[in-house]
Design a protein around this ligand. Sequence first.
Ligand SMILES: [Zn+2]
Length: 282
Amino acid sequence: MASGDEPPQFRVLGTFEVSRGNRRCTPTAPKQRALLALLALHANEFVPTSRIVDQLWARGAPRSAVAALHGYVTAVRRVLTPSWVSSRTSHPILNTRPSGYVLCLEPHQLDLTRFRELAKQGQTAMAAGDCARARETFAVAVSLWRGAPLADLRETGMFDHDISRLEREYLEVLRNRFDVMLCNGDGHLAVFDLEELCRTYPLWERFHEQLMLALCQAERRADALTAYARAYRLLSNQAGIEPGPRLRAMHQLILNGEDPFDRGHRHERVLTGLQLAHTVSP
Ligand SMILES: [Zn+2]
């Protein structure tokens, strides 16, 4: 790579963005942008040409698709490395392989890689009982999100599967993050966000459960019972199901006037007592 070529940075946790140094260089041509986004989502993995064609021409590829793809590859290579001369050298980042391509990125070049690393580190800290550390790690992971993933490519319908997968990963990190907050008894700080999550994702029972616990910690037991009634209604209206055992157990506990956090160290209370927080995964 020539000295003037700064390594490109890719961001998928929001609108799709490519930049070099402080300059944005996201391709504006829709197919070029989609091609780069697809390769970035699978950074350092072999992506077969057939798969790229299927995804870029979801409504059926014309016979010229592969030739068109070669043109897009050349164009995006110039965007990524302006000094690159196609006839002389192989490209340093977007490699050609037999029947496919690999976009080779260092972890710091892609927000998704960083997010996944942090999510994993947070889980490890949590499993080791270091919830304070986990909490910090999850907060950094969440801060990498600038909005709905690949927001500008959503309408193309090409990335439905990838987008829903990213959203699921995000919700799992949020869930873990609230678990460690609740483990520390900081429910009052989580109520607002959890109420919003329960509205947006009414079928994620875990958020309802966390909201009830958060309200209890905020000394709002009556509101926690109201939250249960709302969860009950949402689950039965939207999915025809009743709350699962964890949610029902939480409800019963509040009705009985029992306090999930009445003695001992917070983390231990969760571990030895009701097991309402992170010791049991859904
Ligand atoms: Zn804990």
